[in-house]
Design a protein around this ligand. Structure first.
Ligand SMILES: Cc1cc2nc3c(=O)[nH]c(=O)nc-3n(C[C@H](O)[C@H](O)[C@H](O)COP(=O)(O)O)c2cc1C
Length: 322
């Protein structure tokens, strides 16, 4: 008599397998899970740790026209359930990005979305023009994510992301420069995020990422100074998840383009909250620092949830909430 349970994995009928693919403009991501900009470099640094080829997309660290050293240290501080950073968009600049980073990105099996930042509208345009001119017919870049949380030098350092007219104009100008999908990444540090979302859609964005970090501050009371050199910084991690989910819920109901939800995702349940709130896809950022296995676990958890709830396509999840 053999009472051992079978160790054979249960064979799943292919027809039971949910369809995890997601459409962002003309681009199809093979599943909805990506790694967020600035928390994964340009890929190579984390190769040993995270198997991103199984994911839907890699959103690169910001690329600017000129190389940037970033802000002076200290530029990271832990908070309850989160992290405040003031990295200041440290990056090698678009020329070195194309020369040194693009070749390995081109070999990726997941989609590669380049996060673009700038201090003027012309800066953003020049980054995209440079990349487009050097890609030729080759691949390596599947789309752009526009980081509008940058200070605008022409508006006294106010962020691009707070002015709907500016967002619409910037998006329209970048739209004309590339056929690749354009994703505008929304800042939560605004009075009405839906107004900014609609402006990006009007300018021709294919999708919106929702959200970037939330302004935060920690003060060191013994040294009697801010814990990070710049004073305030961007709060990320689980502390901001309810803010991101609420923003996704509001934004997805005010536009007809796809929303990519992020902010504080550490588990499949967190990601599903974003998908139920109206997102088509998600990104994982800060959670990677403590556990690089999170993205693949999130993906498996979404798939298991879909099987349990008999959902055939990821894109149906956004219509399910009662
Ligand atoms: C260290 C660090 C660097 C970041 N750099 C960028 C960046 O270069 N461009 C960008 O759009 N967002 C950047 N972000 C924001 C993240 O992509 C993400 O929007 C935010 O952290 C919320 O997601 P999370 O809570 O999962 O980290 C950065 C975040 C962190 C923590």
């Amino acid at each position: 008599m053999n009472s051992h349970p079978t160790l054979e994995p249960q064979k799943m009928d292919q027809s039971d397998k949910p369809d995890l693919s997601v459409k962002i403009g003309a681009l199809t991501l093979r599943n909805p899970v990506g790694v967020a900009s600035g928390t994964f470099g340009y890929g190579e640094e984390y190769d040993e740790l995270v198997h991103i080829d199984g994911l839907g997309a890699l959103y690169t660290k910001a690329v600017t026209l000129e190389p940037r050293q970033g802000n002076p240290p200290p530029r990271l501080v832990e908070t309850p359930m989160g992290l405040i950073n003031s990295i200041g968009l440290a990056n090698p600049g678009v020329e070195r990005f194309v020369e040194e980073k693009l070749p390995s990105l081109a070999r990726r099996r997941c989609a590669v979305i380049v996060n673009v930042a700038g201090s003027t509208e012309d800066d953003y345009a020049a980054v995209i023009d440079y990349i487009e001119a050097h890609l030729g017919a080759g691949r390596g870049v599947d789309g752009y994510e526009i980081n509008v949380s940058c200070p605008n030098v022409h508006r006294g350092g106010m962020s691009f992301g707070i002015d709907p007219a500016l967002i619409e104009r910037l998006t329209r100008s970048l739209r004309a420069r590339t056929m690749r999908p354009l994703i505008v990444k929304l800042s939560p540090n605004v009075t009405d995020i839906t107004e900014i979302a609609r402006a990006a859609e009007a300018g021709g964005a294919d999708a919106l990422s929702c959200i970037n970090t939330v302004v935060g501050m920690v003060i060191d009371t013994e040294r009697i100074r801010p814990a990070i050199a710049r004073g305030t910084g961007g709060l990320s991690g689980p502390a901001i998840r309810p803010i991101g989910v609420a923003a996704t819920y509001k934004v997805s109901r005010s536009v007809s383009i796809p929303v990519i939800g992020l902010g504080g995702i550490t588990s499949a349940d967190d990601a599903l909250q974003y998908l139920l709130a109206g997102a088509q896809a998600v990104q994982i950022g800060t959670a990677l620092f403590s556990d690089p296995g999170v993205p693949l676990r999130v993906l498996e958890g979404i798939e298991a949830w879909m099987q349990r709830h008999k959902v055939k396509k990821v894109s149906e999840i956004m219509h399910m909430m009662k």
